[in-house]
Write a protein that binds this ligand. Structure first.
Ligand code: ATP
Ligand code: MG
Length: 256
């Protein structure tokens, strides 16, 4: 099975070398946990290997993604010029911009992605949807269906998908998970205050057909580098309670 490196230093070896080609992987977490940084890195790593990439951005403009990529050390402008990258702007629709969508509508998203795929030409394509949850903001009950539609429509299109999601604990509990149900893999990003410092944590919650590591890891976002896996963490009961709310409850206690 072919695996695609994520480009995150320290992560690929935890998942037997990378994300299996053709998978749909959900990168989920609260605001500021590194979902966009991960998405940019996954894209840049594909581009560096000569792969085609499509990046759908819903919460930031195309400009903002290009700027953030540059801060992390990746030249997206060059890739756009060369025709190996398409950034679909779902935040700022502009007349005449073919790579933007007007409505946060899943069918419109899918058809725009297919158009981009045709433009990029033959071969495998990495697709990032950052974020997928923007498509069900006012209708969380549709989360699972929309995620399924995306995966199913693109199943024969030779794509590997990373979709980010961010939602309130209440909606996750009330309506069940969305993208997680249909995802072949789940990377969960968390925040925690440990000894008075904001730490970022990562757990590989699911990766089908992979003997993945099951520890909680501390990660960092580094300028010029992006996400880096630092070391496994032992979370004390106290620190656990200070973790921001989690959809996981067990006997009244928060669990990672
Ligand atoms: N160039 C950088 N150098 C160092 N740290 C950075 C850099 N860029 C971002 N960060 C850190 O990463 C965090 C933002 O990560 P990111 O934008 O990926 O979060 P996110 O999970 O996508 O959040 P949201 O759900 O709000 O979109 C910032 O708050 C900052 O702490
Ligand atoms: Mg983001």
């Amino acid at each position: 099975m072919e695996r695609l490196p994520t480009g995150v230093k320290g992560l690929d070896e935890l998942i037997e070398g990378g994300i299996p080609k053709g998978f749909t992987v959900a990168a989920v977490g609260e605001p500021g946990t590194g979902k966009t940084v991960f998405s940019i890195q996954f894209t840049a790593t594909g581009l560096a290997r000569g792969e085609k990439c499509i990046y759908v951005t819903t919460e930031e403009s195309r400009e903002s993604i290009i700027n953030q990529a540059a801060r992390l050390g990746f030249d997206f402008e060059e890739a756009l010029r060369k025709g190996s990258l398409v950034i679909i702007d779902a935040l700022m629709w502009e007349y005449g911009d073919v790579w933007s969508i007007k409505e946060l509508d899943v069918e419109e998203l899918i058809s725009k992605v297919m158009e981009a795929k045709k433009y990029l030409g033959h071969g495998h394509t990495r697709l990032v949807v950052d974020s997928m949850s923007a498509f069900w903001l006012d209708k969380p009950v549709m989360a699972r269906k929309y995620s399924y539609m995306l995966k199913r429509s693109l199943a024969r299109w030779d794509v590997t998908i990373v979709a980010t999601a961010q939602y309130a604990v209440t909606s996750a509990l009330g309506f069940g998970f969305g993208i997680e149900h249909v995802a072949d893999g789940i990377l969960r990003l968390r925040k925690a205050i440990i000894s008075g410092v904001l730490k970022r944590l990562l757990i590989i919650e699911k990766m089908r057909q992979t003997n993945h590591d099951r520890r909680v890891f501390e990660i960092e976002v580094r300028n010029g580098e992006g996400l880096v896996v630092v070391k496994p963490v032992e979370i004390s009961g106290d620190a656990l309670r200070r973790l921001s709310p989690s959809p996981y409850f067990e006997e009244g206690e928060l669990r990672f």
